[in-house]
Write a protein that binds this ligand. Sequence first.
Ligand SMILES: NC(=[NH2+])NCCC[C@H](N)C(=O)O
Ligand SMILES: [Mn+2]
Ligand SMILES: [Mn+2]
Length: 307
Amino acid sequence: MTSHIESSVSRFLPDPKTVAAKLGVDKGPIHLVEAGLPKQLAELGWKVQFDGHHQFEEIPTEDDPPIGKLKNPRSVSRVCQAVAKVVGDHAKKGQLPLTLGGDHSLAMGTISGTLEKYPDACVIWVDAHADINTAETTDSGNIHGMPASFLLGIGPKVEEFSWVKPLLKPHRIVYIGLRDVDQGERRILREHGIKAFSMHEVDKYGIGRVVEMALDHVNPGRKLPIHLSFDVDALDPSVAPSTGTPVRGGLTFREGHYICEAVYETGCLVALDIMEVNPSLADSESAKQTVAVGCSLARSALGETLL
Ligand SMILES: NC(=[NH2+])NCCC[C@H](N)C(=O)O
Ligand SMILES: [Mn+2]
Ligand SMILES: [Mn+2]
């Protein structure tokens, strides 16, 4: 283990979208824990402190009407703010927070927590989507399509999310795996000069070169702390089927794991998110497969090697 990391903490959070609909019955991320992830990480040499389920506060839908187009804004804001605090507190103790989700809107919380302790941290965002819509550009109103814009402080201010400090700089985030990017998001990426390696670049250069180029962009000297936010829908749906917004043409099993291994090898990883695992969305075989992939991605990012 690298010296600045003494222990890891794993937490899992429900999916606000599903929770809102099902009044708190979403058990997505707990499956990763029940599949044995804490023990697997302990076997890799980590001292695992498991915080337990971060209880999503149920705000009845009628008490959480949309703000503009944003759906469930108060519920999402509240849970993300709580996550920011917990992640920040662990980071300040020199621990490596692992957050299991759940909706990728949670990255608003996890990355806020990381930047609180490491203001110069860079973010590697692995996803089929850019999740960089603003309250203005969003079509769906789903906040999981917007966390990056809140962290960057772009787009119209939404009072409910004023706790999110715009600490992330456009040159400190890089995407890998994109293939489903909305028109407004394309414009935002261009206007802010945000670097993104879509599946086109993965096909063209191979994953090894792409990860190297991504690191050269956000972390040229390989000295800055890295927050890896991995949305499992970056993987091809044949690899990770149980997720809310699958998009064909994604990363292979090995490509996804290679990213995690390469980030671990830098010795710079300070926080990890494994997001959008949703076992309730598929038959039990697909769910099992997706949960197993989520666990193995986390292990790869935390030091598991093939030999
Ligand atoms: N975290 C995710 N799965 N995001 C999907 C976002 C899809 C679409 N771009 C939206 O804004 O609604
Ligand atoms: Mn995402
Ligand atoms: Mn996604």
